[in-house]
Structure formats: structure tokens, C-alpha cells
Design a protein around this ligand. Sequence first.
Ligand SMILES: Nc1nc2c(ncn2[C@@H]2O[C@H](COP(=O)(O)OP(=O)(O)OP(=O)(O)O)[C@@H](O)[C@H]2O)c(=O)[nH]1
Ligand SMILES: [Mg+2]
Length: 451
Amino acid sequence: MEYKSDTISAISTPQGIGGISVLRVSGDKAIDVVDKIFNGKKSLKSIQTHKAVFGKILDGKKLIDEVIVTTFRAPHSYTGEDVVEISCHGSTFITNQILEILLRTTRLANPGEFTQRAFLNDKIGLTQAEAVGDIINAKTKISHLAAVQQFEGSLRHRIEKLLNKITEYRTLLELEIDFLEQDVPEIDLKKLERDLKKLLQNLEQLARTGNEGIILKDGLKVSLVGAPNVGKSSIFNAFLETERAIVTPHPGTTRDYLEEAISLKGYLVRFFDTAGIRDTSDDIEKIGIKRSYEVIRNSHKVLFIIDGNENQKEYNTLLKLVDPDRIIKVLNKSDLFKKSEIQSFEEKDYISCSAIQKNGLSKLKNFLIKDIEISEEELHSGILTNTRQIAAVKRAVKSVEHALNSLKKEMGFEFTAFDLKEASTALEEIIGKITTDDILNRIFENFCIGK
Ligand SMILES: Nc1nc2c(ncn2[C@@H]2O[C@H](COP(=O)(O)OP(=O)(O)OP(=O)(O)O)[C@@H](O)[C@H]2O)c(=O)[nH]1
Ligand SMILES: [Mg+2]
């Protein structure tokens, strides 16, 4: 990627009113640019690195604000370049004024450009750079833990270990290819096959962590589905412990879907109250139901709710949208049933609850996350948390499968070596040993400006 070394600036704190706001400037001219508008005891150029000083920001002779300025000289800064941070009063007007002045001589940073420069200047690895975005976006204890682990390098280590193994096998094969006619000890094919199988298992295990990783980061999506009036919105409200959705005795109350999230044992769980499943001739309702079907298709778990009638027709419609293993069957309004009636539903795998009496709801909630419990150990050893990483590991899996295949079929060591090289390339992309503009752009476009 072409490295742009021009000086960039941006507001790094959220827009709004607060105690302080911070602006950041990075690049060769950073100190010079800020020094020109800064009026302190000494010039910023003569101030030690990492030292904060008090002074005023002036626009010509006009006082904009009293500020604290900290300088970080290259290479000992976040980006690896000269960086200046200006802490001013937390006012949208002031921060924008200062930014405007800075932009007369610098360029507005692109989203994530400070972090991108940190990566390009070898201050942090690519998985770490990605983790910076995840740390900022983490909304719950576990997503934060996963992001911090990645930042600390857990995933990079896990990938590097796999890469070392692949390099070892490739070296063996290359030796064999180069000295085919000479007296080099013959390769132990049985052992190599065992080793490649083990490697494949490890890669598959890593790929599997991605399913959980994405849920940890983006949340478990749970939709509430069923015929009209079964109590979907009532359960939704009970989960959130607020009267978020409108509840009435009239069937067809919820027309468009609603989304709200909670933190459940540290996991982010996103609930979707839907317009339910039903045939209707009402045009508005039709749109609502179509939108609901889209939400249902994208859910990790679906609560299929009934209030006494098994609603086979609705269940069959649901089966067309999602796999049965995602469906959890729920009997609501258990307050209206006798114990024996509830028991017969439970025998048919329904979980019973009453939204009105707030019975059985915590059992239901725990049931939702029981499959995603990811061990602390796995978290520490590094997991995949986005589709980019998952796609790359899956490519590595495919390549190792090919390698095993070519080895078994005795197609020639060149083929096996080539397949292993492909596997290396895929893994190297994850940790940024190989990068393309496309990969970098996709990673950093999701960052906010100023990070
Ligand atoms: N007895 C009893 N009534 C309930 C319970 N949960 C919901 N209801 C009632 O059932 C009716 C429908 O509830 P909603 O939550 O609006 O049902 P819904 O499935 O969202 O309905 P639509 O949005 O119309 O599809 C309301 O009158 C609720 O008070 C429950 O656990 N027990
Ligand atoms: Mg409703």
C-alpha cells in the first residue's frame, strides 16, 4: 500500500459537550503546524517529547481556547510519526474551530488513518489494528475481553505457530524436490501425512471459533416469531425489562420489527420482535411481514412462540426460513394452563413461560446462550472475530486438504509444496505479512475518523 506521509488531523473524541475534547495531528509537519497557532510559555519545538504543556490556541489574534498540548516525537507515538494532541474544552464549536484552523495546512484524516499509519509504520500488527476497532465498539464484558486478547496478540501467535509448522513441512518438501537424485534421507511420508492431518484439524478448529467470535462481537441475534397475539411483544418487553413494544389484545399489533439489545452474562444479545407469521391482505402489514422474514432468516436463534395451539402452519412457514436447529419452541401464557397441560407441551420440547407473570424467562434466556459459551481458554489462545479472518482460514483449510490429497495420490511433491504455500499465503494475510490495498481499505473504512 502506498504510504501517504502528509500531515493529517482530526477530532478524536465524540462530537458533543463534555469536560474535554481531543484533536490529533500526525505527520512531519504536526509540531510545526500546531506551534504556529499555539501560544504557550515556550515553542512546542523546544518541548520534550511526551510532555503536556498549557497554552492558548489563537486564530490570528483571536483567542479560541485555553488548551493542553502534548507532543509525541517519532517514532515514539501511536502512529510512529510526530503526533500532537490538543485537549480543549469539550464544546462542538471550539473543537470544530480548531479543526478548521488545522485544516488550512493539513488534511482531514480518513477513518482509521491514524491506526493505519501505526500498522504501516510497524507499531502494531494487522490483527492488533483490527482489535483497536473492536475494543472501541465492544459493548459487553466478553466482546471486550475478546478484543483485548486479540490486541495483546493472541490470534497472531496462534496463526504464527501454524505458519511455522507449514514452513517446516514446506522446507522438507523443497529439500526433497531439490535433491531428488541425491543422497538426502527420504522423506517420511507417513509422518508427513499425520502432521498434515493434525495441521488440518487445528485449522478447522480455528475456523470454528469464527462462528462464536462473530457472535461475541456483533451479538447473538434472536427473533421472536409466532402467530398473532401469542405474546411475542410481551416476552420482548419482559426480556428488556421495559415497555418497549406496544402490547394489546388485538392480533396484528406489531407491524414492523423492533430491535433492542441486552447484555446477558457478558454476551450481547439482540432481540427482534417481529410482526409474526401470517397471511394478510393488508398492504402495510404485508411489508412488515416481509421485513420480519428477512430478520428471521438472519437470526442465530428463533423463538417460536405459541399460546396453546401448536400452530403447525406457522411452524412450517418458519422451517422454510431457518434450519430447525436454530428454533427454540416456547409455550407462553403458562399462567392459563394446568400443570399437566404444561407438562405435555414440555414433553414435546416446548419451554414454558409466562410473560405476564414473569415466569420461566430466565430459563429461556439462559437456554439462548448455552451453545455459545466459549471457554476462557479458547479466548486466550486467540479466536477469529470477523469474516475476513474466517474466509482466510477457510482458504487455508482448503489448501491443506489439497496438499493431503496430492500427497496421498503421489502426484509429486511440487503439488503438495504448492498447496502448502497457498495455505501460508492465506494465513499471512490475516496477520498482515501480506497486504493489499483492498484488504487495508476494508479493515479501516469501518473505523471512526480520529482513530
Ligand atoms: N395470560 C397471559 N396473557 C398474556 C401473556 N403474554 C401476553 N399476553 C397477552 O396476550 C395479548 C397479546 O400480547 P402481545 O404481546 O401483543 O402479542 P404479540 O404476539 O406481540 O401480538 P402481535 O404483535 O399482534 O402479533 C395481550 O393482551 C397480552 O396481555 C401471558 O404470559 N399470559
Ligand atoms: Mg407484537
